[in-house]
Write a protein that binds this ligand. Structure first.
Ligand code: HXC
Length: 258
């Protein structure tokens, strides 16, 4: 599929989606968000894809929503188009894992996009922030809620009210990112993680993802009850038999997704 604002390549079970608006530091405009949704539709439909990696350039993952596109919009236009929420819903409903590989700026909507992914691998140059306050607005793609869940109230308030950026070390310390790697190793590391995921049972992968997300939506006892049901259900799949037989027979499992 050919896009103007993205470059998508699929190899070894991994769809690599590069945001590609270098002239605007990958600012998220309506075209890019529409193309991202279409790329995810294609990745979801493709049985060869077991994991997605979303990345930007070395300088910027994404410097936010496109301020130039938004600046003159009216309330009616924002309400009617609602394109940020459409893209966010597409990502939220995507069932395969998505890794954000972040180098450089992940600001505003860029930070929100990274947080919509399942986990974030950051280069040591990454800078995260929700600077919307400097524009007289606030995050609008879930940032107030997700950043608070990732890093807690004190840091979330600090970031959102002062608009300051967090470097990679602080982001890792705070639990926003899962690991930090040297900038020139970022893509290798993210693709290796993605290939590892893509080689697992896709059924077990989807259930793991679903259950971690359930932790954010429910009580501990209700979440654990859902986990128990799904854990039992895994024994209906051939992949469980294959995974455990392979361990016993000291060989690599060959999962089939059934
Ligand atoms: C549109 C952007 C942009 C953005 C950068 N550019 N960020 N265009 N929207 N968010 C453009 C610049 O205008 C410039 O183009 C080019 O990208 C390079 O940017 P520079 O500013 O010249 O680069 P630099 O000096 O290195 O500074 C990098 C930066 C700065 C610190 C990241 O660009 C910056 O502060 N950007 C805005 C960050 C921000 O406020 N993000 C939040 C957006 S609001 P030209 O052609 O002019 O030279 C948001 C709301 C989300 O995300 C909620 C929506 C529902």
């Amino acid at each position: 599929m050919a896009f103007e604002t993205l470059i998508v390549e699929t190899n070894e079970g991994v769809a690599l989606v590069r945001l590609n608006r270098p002239q605007a530091l990958n600012a998220l405009n309506s075209q890019l968000l529409g193309e991202l949704s279409a790329a995810l539709d294609a990745a979801e439909a493709d049985p060869e894809v077991g994991c997605v990696v979303v990345t930007g350039s070395e300088k910027a993952f994404a410097a936010g929503a496109d301020i130039k596109e938004m600046a003159d919009k009216t309330y009616a236009e924002m309400f009617a188009a609602d394109f940020f929420a459409k893209a966010a819903r597409r990502i939220e409903q995507f069932r395969k894992p998505i890794i954000a590989a972040v180098s450089g700026y992940a600001l505003g909507g860029g930070c929100e996009l990274a947080m919509l992914c399942d986990f974030i691998i950051a280069s040591d140059t990454a800078k995260f922030g929700q600077p919307e306050i400097n524009l007289g607005v606030m995050p609008g793609i879930g940032g107030t809620q997700r950043l608070t869940r990732y890093v807690g109230k004190s840091k979330a308030m600090d970031m959102m009210l002062t608009g300051r950026m967090m470097d990679a070390a602080e982001a890792e310390r705070s639990g926003l990112v899962s690991r930090i790697v040297a900038a020139d190793k970022l893509l290798d590391e993210a693709l290796e993680a993605a290939r590892k995921i893509a080689a697992q049972s896709p059924l077990a992968v989807m259930m793991n993802k679903e259950l971690v997300n359930t932790a954010y939506e429910t009580t501990l006892s209700a979440g654990v009850a859902v986990e128990r049901r799904l854990f039992h259900s895994l024994f209906a799949f051939e992949d469980q038999k294959e995974g455990m037989a392979a361990f016993v027979e000291k060989r690599k499992p060959a999962f089939k997704g059934r």
